[in-house]
Design a protein around this ligand. Structure first.
Ligand code: ADP
Ligand code: MG
Length: 278
């Protein structure tokens, strides 16, 4: 039975995205072992854990890049477990877009206009003069402004500073009108001088969009999140408020405690300096 049902999470907040008992095996390797996770409406939820914990696999399961071996995923109460990635985007679950070759020669303005036009079902007409569609132009202007891209609006994306590219990636995701936004390491690789702008922009994301953030940068995680899930070895070690997570002895031992006198197990040394891979 796939009847939509309104599930309630902590404090009565509505659950928007729910992963139930997800399992993903690659041959003999269990990358995801019975993971359950609820994202409530408007959530600022961070997913953390050492390299190899299964964060990327979980995001790939949620977005439909990978099929789970077992388990179920619901979005707004609807079963989306077997939907293709683009069908999930249509239903409002959007992951930050990696800028690819297609956009290299395009400007931020052109790129956003293209995505907005497609979102409005005008994919075939995107290349018409922008003035031809006031609604598209206005939304593009808004996003350029919000994401501090106004000054570089007419530069080819291949010439943008790295931080501006990451801002454009998030702007593109928002142009898809997400209800759930999956942010995969938004500040990874961004030089110190460009970080603050990115942090402020992430902090100012629309309140009604539910955000799941994967990030190694603990400054960002703890300034952003009001809920945190810690993955270790493919399973949920614990979930809680940032305060609970910061003070959890188990979490400190496996992940946060590297600055202390703990012996490092050898796979979590990237906690402070960013991921080796996404
Ligand atoms: N396509 C794959 N085939 C085999 N093993 C995989 C594959 N993808 C991930 N894994 C394994 O699953 C585990 C979790 O990986 P991953 O999800 O990338 O972790 P994280 O993103 O937290 O660093 C690792 O042991 C990894 O080697
Ligand atoms: Mg990863």
């Amino acid at each position: 039975m796939n009847a939509p049902s309104r599930k309630m999470g902590l404090g009565g907040a509505e659950v928007v995205l729910s992963a139930q008992n997800l399992v993903k095996r690659f041959g003999g390797i269990t990358a995801t072992g019975n993971v359950s996770l609820d994202l409530t409406r408007g959530a600022r939820h961070a997913l953390i854990g050492p390299n190899g914990a299964g964060k990327t696999t979980l995001i790939n399961l949620l977005t439909g890049v990978l099929d789970p071996t077992e388990g179920r995923i619901t979005l707004e109460g609807e079963d989306i477990t077997r939907l293709a990635p683009h069908q999930r985007v249509h239903r409002g679950m959007v992951r930050t877009f990696q800028i690819n070759q297609l956009f290299k020669t395009m400007t931020p303005l052109e790129t956003l206009a293209l995505v907005i036009a497609q979102q409005k079902g005008q994919g075939a007409r995107w290349w018409k003069p922008l003035g031809g569609d006031a609604a598209v132009a206005e939304r593009a202007e808004q996003l350029l402004e919000t994401f501090r891209l106004s000054e570089v609006r007419n530069q080819r994306t291949e010439h943008l500073a790295y931080g501006k590219r990451r801002l454009l990636e998030i702007a593109i995701a928002l142009a898809c009108e997400p209800r759930v936004l999956l942010l995969d390491e938004p500040v990874a690789g961004v030089p110190a001088g460009e970080r603050e702008e990115l942090l402020q922009t992430v902090a100012a994301l629309p309140a009604d969009v539910s955000v799941l953030l994967i990030e190694h940068d603990m400054d960002l995680v703890f300034s952003f999140a009001n809920r945190m899930t810690v993955l270790v070895n493919g399973t949920v070690l614990t979930e809680g408020s940032p305060e609970q997570i910061a003070n959890d002895p188990q979490v400190r031992a496996v992940y946060l405690g590297h600055g202390d006198d703990h012996h490092d197990a050898g796979n979590g040394t990237n906690a402070a300096n960013g991921a080796s891979h996404g």
